[in-house]
Design a protein around this ligand. Sequence first.
Ligand SMILES: [Zn+2]
Ligand SMILES: [Zn+2]
Length: 407
Amino acid sequence: MVSTFPNSRSVDFSQIRLEIRALQSQLVKWRRSIHQRPELGFQERLTSEFIAQKLQEWGIECQTGIAKTGVVATIDGDHAGKVLAIRADMDALPIQEENEVPYCSQHDGVMHACGHDGHTAIALGTAYYLSQHRQDFSGTVKMLFQPAEEGPGGAKPMIEQGVLKNPDVDAIIGLHLWNYLPLGTIGVRSGPLMAAVESFRCNIMGRGGHGAMPAETIDSVLVSAQIVNALQTIVARNLNPLDSAVVTVGELHAGTALNAIADKARMSGTVRYFNPALEDFIGKRIEEIIAGICQSHGAKYDLDYWQLYPPVVNDPCITELVRSIATGVVETPVGIVPECQTMCGEDMSFFLKEVPGCYFFVGAANPEKGLDYPHHHPRFDFDETALAMGVEMFVRCVEKILKEGRG
Ligand SMILES: [Zn+2]
Ligand SMILES: [Zn+2]
């Protein structure tokens, strides 16, 4: 059977149960309403009010104000059992939307350009469905609506406020709508899925002077150039070639006149890697290289280094369950994408460090409808048909993981 949804590409949706297909128009409505009122990290007041209001309407117990704007809802099945958490992020980005759609952002300079509006709608749809089908699962589902994924990070403060306790969470799942995969595919991978995110800022202090008299100076431009080059040797020569990593200097500023030697330079950059064992390694090498080059030229430096998010690492057992569920949801013609890794980061990683789980991608791009701009682009939008697919995945995960947990 080909899609029952209007204007969507020919993807087989026969595996999505009728009741969830019937929710599709609501999912779209919720998503668009959230899309119109995007809010930045830790400011998701309207969004969390919207979520809490819906949950209360459906008789679902929830707590608000967790890590400022987070919402936690608890849905018990008819019988006691394990606890599965489902995480959805709610925040938008400081981007001016360029889409011309009726549901365009009404908040100047703020846009849901990553699809978190869709994640929230999917989680709401899942909560609604589960609240109507408590007889179909054992144990408890905890819905975690998380603020500030795009930074500075809401997962960690939510954990610190105890969202994984009382009742204690046994496993966690989450998804990202993904425009790097076509609609009708699901990306599932065991082990590292998304990279650690670290960043740095460095000031190089030399000695300025006349561009024609370099002997009197310490050229911060020359020192910086050597640092930029040498930092690339961390990936090329210090890491195991089988460990993927990135060191990017994204900013380098120095000088004000073509005939003067700049006394100061500043640079900043980002670091990515998958292997959790590399925590502390790359940052340490960056400092050693900067210190060594500065010392050899008589320059000074100060360096700030931040470890923002650890890598997203999926548990093999739960991932295997999710993979088997995914093959049932998107049988043909596109199927699942088993190996999909990205150097993007995600603070879902903090939850996955605490409890085993699986984060996966739900393909949402539809080039035929122009819905294939990359995430964080001012024209980002996705095929909303993926919303029902997300709900189906979550619901099946609840049914299967909680059932397996019982056995
Ligand atoms: Zn994003
Ligand atoms: Zn995102």
